[in-house]
Design a protein around this ligand. Structure first.
Ligand code: MF3
Ligand code: CO
Length: 250
């Protein structure tokens, strides 16, 4: 079932999303060579709780932390650790969200640690731009497949691949709601987009092949071919006037 939100619900949800975006921005500013992923996770949790919100990943299907922090060939769901130290030249994907007044926000971004290679930069730029291409297609009357196809064609035109085993999703009073929002698919296919829908669009883009595998910790997902991967995500609302990005930092 897809839940359409009223404007009152959307304004509550917007608060959860702004907290999520503020947390992501705050973690982003703390990224530097030498910091551990556990320290970044602590910064995220402290920010979210300081706003009276709750880290919505923590405890979700047993997930042990506030943020998913994934380095280089890690695609998503990296578990923060005191033993993981960021190094100059790494790229690091931070994915986190907050629950506030019963509503959820969810967002992600990939950051450079110090100076990174031109290839890593191009991968990050392409992934961010593909998210915006997907958001642009999220207009009432379009279909889910229009979002999917916009992301996929943007990415593949630049020689990269979109991950197939994980997808975006509806978001609202639960972190994950219907519908699924794949980052690949056919324009004109899938359910029709309607005002009041709230979606997390989140392209995961690999420099090499799209295949991924989950490590024995049960969470950390890496590229099968060892290539770099980037991830950007916004929570958006579909309004009569078009898509509105909800995860905007204060
Ligand atoms: N951030 C993921 C998503 O965007 C969810 C993370 S699963 C969790 O859908 F268990 F880590 F929370
Ligand atoms: Co998500």
């Amino acid at each position: 079932m897809i839940v359409l939100k009223t404007s009152r619900e959307l304004s509550l949800m917007k608060e959860a999303c702004v907290i999520s975006a503020g947390a992501l921005k705050t973690v982003g500013l703390a990224i530097e060579p030498g910091i551990t992923t556990a320290e970044l996770d602590r910064i995220a949790e402290e920010y979210i709780r300081s706003k009276g919100a709750v880290p919505n990943f923590k405890g979700y299907q047993g997930y042990p932390a506030t943020a998913c922090i994934s380095i280089n060939n890690e695609v998503i769901h990296g578990i923060p650790s005191k033993k993981r130290v960021l190094r100059e030249g790494d790229i690091v994907s931070i994915d986190l969200g907050a629950e506030y007044m019963g509503y959820h926000g969810d967002n992600a971004a990939t950051f450079a640690v110090g100076d990174v290679s031109p290839e890593a930069k191009r991968l990050m730029d392409t992934t961010r731009e593909s998210l915006y291409a997907g958001i642009k297609a999220a207009c009432p009357g379009n279909r889910i497949g229009d979002i999917s196809n916009a992301v996929q064609s943007y990415v593949e035109a630049r020689g990269y691949s979109v991950v197939r085993q994980f997808v975006g999703h509806g978001v609202g009073t639960h972190l994950h709601e219907e519908p699924e929002v794949p980052n690949f698919g056919k324009a004109g296919h899938g359910i029709r987009l309607m005002p009041g829908m709230t979606l997390a669009i989140e392209p995961m883009v690999n420099a090499g092949h799209y295949d991924v595998k989950v490590l024995p910790d049960g969470w950390t997902t890496v590229t099968k071919d060892g290539s770099l991967s980037a991830h950007f995500e916004h929570t958006i609302a579909i309004t009569p006037d078009g898509p509105q990005i909800m995860t905007v930092a204060p």
